[in-house]
Design a protein around this ligand. Structure first.
Ligand code: SAH
Length: 230
């Protein structure tokens, strides 16, 4: 893809995101996203995160297959989840479901450090290689089961889950800083799902439903011990 095509594609993608923000405003309560979020979306070359052969669809506002039955999320959803996290330059965040690494790259532009867990070893390895090759050095990727979170770096200033869970995993709540948010799709695998924002308060959780969504399922690990990738 030529450079000018890529610029035009990015322009179209940002326009489509803005249009969908307005289209969903009644449900989300948001008529615009922060400039920092839109700038992060504009700065990450989605083309670099999609598989060969799908280049012409790289800037479409939809999910795309990345192998292993998984997908790179829709750009609007990546922007929305980044917006809902309410994080800033000093934040340390956890992502569950690295996939292509695209959402992690967008978050890396907004926060100090991103830790990202991916269940499928091949995807974890490819995403780590891609993120480092593209210069996203404040992202660490580890193969592991997101149901257990990543206790070593907790508590987190925000946690984002990019696969649909049947319930809110307890470990993720435990690893969330007081007052911080968990953004997570909850619902049936390939069935009815809702994007939730869960805010942790000392003795209770505040849950807000944002939008109906369609994510691949959060799966349980059959591996005993996760390994760390460098
Ligand atoms: N954030 C990704 C989209 C990922 S799709 C991107 O921007 O490209 C969801 C990902 O979650 C898949 O890669 C899937 O393998 C992973 N996944 C599923 N169950 C998981 C689990 N229990 N722990 C960690 N990752 C999981």
């Amino acid at each position: 893809m030529r450079n000018t095509d890529e610029q035009a594609g990015m322009g179209r993608m940002l326009e489509d995101i803005r249009r969908e923000i307005l289209y969903t405003a009644d449900e989300t309560g948001l008529t615009r996203f922060h400039k920092t979020v839109m700038d992060a979306m504009a700065s990450v070359p989605r083309l670099q995160f999609v598989p060969q052969g799908l280049e012409t669809a790289a800037f479409d506002n939809g999910p795309l297959p990345i192998g292993h039955g998984q997908t790179i999320s829709q750009p609007y959803i990546v922007a929305l989840m980044s917006e809902l996290l309410h994080v800033g330059k000093e934040s340390v965040v956890l992502e569950v479901g690295t996939g292509s690494g695209y959402q992690a790259a967008v978050l890396s532009q907004l926060v100090k450090q991103v830790y990202s867990l991916e269940l499928v070893p091949e995807l974890a390895g490819e995403a780590l290689e891609r993120l480092h090759r593209l210069g996203y050095h404040n992202v660490e990727v580890r193969q592991g089961d997101g149901y257990h979170g990543w206790a070593e770096h907790a508590p987190y200033d925000g946690i984002i889950v990019t696969a649909a869970a049947p319930h809110i995993p307890r470990a993720l709540i435990d690893q969330l800083r007081d007052g911080a948010r968990l953004v997570i799709p909850v619902g049936e695998a390939y069935g009815s799902q809702r994007l939730l924002v869960v805010t942790k308060h000392a003795d209770k959780l505040d849950e807000r439903i944002v939008l109906p969504v369609a994510f691949v399922p959060l799966r349980h690990s059959t591996l005993d011990r996760p390994s760390t990738l460098h």
